[in-house]
Design a protein around this ligand. Structure first.
Ligand SMILES: C[C@H](O)[C@H](O)[C@@H](O)C(O)C(=O)O
Ligand SMILES: [Mg+2]
Length: 391
C-alpha cells in the first residue's frame, strides 16, 4: 500500500546553509557587488547592509506513514516556515507520497491571492523538493531515477566566485564573477569592471569561459556598453543584467548586444508563466533556481517550454536539487557550482554545514550519487528551530 504523509514540519537555520548569502564578514559574496541598491551609496559596499540575508534558511521535513522521512532546504526562513505550517501543510498531510502533482497544483492555486512569485514560491519549492526526497526514499531510488533516468554519466561544472583563475586550476570549464560596479559608479566603475575581466582573461587564457553576473543591477544602456567592450575580452555571457520584471528591456538588450555574447537570466524568475515571458524576450540561456522557481514539479514544465524555444536550461546554484535535474536533461549540458569558501580558493559544499553527504565536483566534474532521494541528510550538529509548532 502507498504510504501517506503524516506530518509536515518547517524549521529555520541561520548562518550559511541554504541561505548561502548569510556569510561572515570578509566573504567574496558580500564584497562591493553591483545590485539594484547600488544607486544608494550607503548600500554599495555590502549586500547584507540592505538585508540580503534577512530571510535565512527554510528546512521542510515530511514524515510518511511507513516511518520514512524526506526533507529539503531552501531560502525563506521564518516567513516561509509560517506559510508552510499554517497554509501549505493542509494539502500535504493525509496525501499519498505519490500525489506530488496534485499537491503542487493545490499549493499554487490556493496561494494565488498573495503568491505567484518570491517567498511563497520559495515555500512551495521547499515542500515540493521534500516530496521528491520522500518519494525517492520510500521507493529506494535516487530522484534522477524518479524523473526518468540519466542522459549523461557525469555533470560538467563552471564555478561562480571571485577567482576564475583558481577555478581554472581546479578543473572547472569556466568562471563567473560578480560585477562590482553599476551605472551609478560611472566611467570609473566601468573601467574597473573591464580591467578585472582583462586581468582574469590574461590569467586564464583564451579558451576559458569567463562570465559576468550582474545581479539585476544595470540598465539597457549600461549593459549594452559593457557587453560590447567585454566582447573584446571574450566574455561568454552577461547574466541577469536587468531587473527581472523588465521583459521588454531584455528583448531590447538582446537586439543591441553583440551576437558573440550570450544573454542569460532567470534566477529570480518563477513558474512556467514567468519563464514563458522571459523566453519570449530571446534570452540565450535560462537559469531557474529549483528552490525558488516552484520546485522540481515546476522546473520540469519550465524546461519543456525552454526545449520548445531551443533555449538551454542551466539552473542557478542549488547543489543536489539541481544535480538530479541536470543529469536527466539533454538541454542542460553543464551546471553551476558556487564557490562558498570565503576567498573562493577551494571547493566546499554549497550548503555547508547543513547537509551530510553533499557531493562536490572533483576536477570540475561529478557523478551524481545513486543514494535514495536527493542522497543527503540533515547534519544533526546544526540546530533547527521550529517557529510555528502546530499541535
Ligand atoms: C554571485 C552573485 O552575485 C550571486 O550571489 C549568486 O547568487 C548568483 O547570482 C549566481 O548566479 O550564482
Ligand atoms: Mg546569477
Amino acid at each position: 500500500m502507498t504510504p501517506t504523509i503524516t506530518s509536515v514540519r518547517a524549521y529555520t537555520v541561520s548562518g550559511g546553509g541554504a541561505d548561502y548569502h548569510d556569510q561572515g564578514t570578509g566573504h567574496w559574496i558580500d564584497d562591493h557587488i553591483a545590485t539594484p541598491m547600488s544607486i544608494y551609496p550607503e548600500y554599495r559596499k555590502s549586500r547584507q547592509s540592505f538585508g540580503l540575508n534577512v530571510l535565512g534558511t527554510l528546512v521542510v521535513v515530511l514524515e510518511a506513514s511507513d516511518g520514512t522521512t524526506g526533507f529539503a532546504v531552501t531560502t525563506g526562513g521564518e516567513p516561509a516556515a509560517f506559510i508552510v505550517e499554517n497554509h501549505l501543510s493542509r494539502f500535504v498531510e493525509g496525501a499519498a507520497v505519490t500525489n506530488i502533482e496534485r499537491i503542487w497544483d493545490q499549493m499554487y492555486r490556493s496561494t494565488l491571492f498573495y503568491g505567484r512569485r518570491g517567498l511563497v514560491l520559495n515555500a512551495i519549492s521547499g515542500v515540493d523538493l521534500a516530496l521528491y526526497d520522500l518519494l525517492g526514499k520510500v521507493r529506494g531510488e535516487p530522484v534522477y531515477a524518479t524523473l526518468g533516468g540519466t542522459v549523461r554519466d557525469e555533470l560538467t561544472f563552471y564555478a561562480t566566485g571571485a577567482r576564475p583563475d583558481v577555478a581554472k586550476s581546479l578543473g572547472f570549464v569556466g568562471g563567473k564573477m560578480p560585477l562590482h560596479h553599476g551605472p551609478a559608479e560611472g566611467q570609473q566603475g566601468m573601467a574597473a569592471n573591464l580591467d578585472l575581466l582583462g586581468r582574469m582573461r590574461d590569467a586564464t587564457g583564451d579558451d576559458f569561459w569567463l562570465m559576468y553576473d550582474c545581479w539585476m543591477s544595470l540598465d539597457v544602456d549600461y549593459a549594452t556598453r559593457l557587453a560590447h567592450a567585454a566582447a573584446e575580452l571574450g566574455l561568454k555571457w552577461i547574466e541577469e543584467p536587468l531587473p527581472p520584471d523588465d521583459y521588454w528591456g531584455h528583448a531590447e538588450l538582446r537586439r543591441r548586444m553583440p551576437s558573440t555574447v550570450l544573454l542569460t537570466s532567470g534566477e529570480h524568475e518563477a513558474t512556467r508563466w514567468g519563464f514563458r515571458q522571459l523566453l519570449e524576450t530571446g534570452v540565450d540561456i535560462i537559469q531557474p533556481d529549483v528552490g525558488w522557481c516552484g520546485g522540481l514539479t515546476e522546473l520540469l514544465k519550465i524546461s519543456a517550454l525552454a526545449d520548445a524555444h531551443g533555449t538551454p536550461v542551466v539552473p542557478h546554484g542549488s547543489s543536489v536539487y539541481s544535480y538530479h535535474f541536470v543529469v536527466t536533461r539533454p538541454g542542460s549540458q553543464f551546471t553551476e557550482f558556487l564557490m562558498m569558501a570565503p576567498d573562493a580558493g577551494e571547493v566546499v559544499p554549497m550548503f555547508s554545514p547543513l547537509l551530510l553527504g553533499e557531493p562536490v565536483p572533483e576536477s570540475g566534474r561529478l557523478t551524481v550519487p545513486d543514494r535514495p532521494g536527493f542522497g543527503v541528510e540533515l547534519n544533526p550538529d546544526v540546530p533547527l528551530h521550529r517557529p510555528y509548532t502546530r499541535t
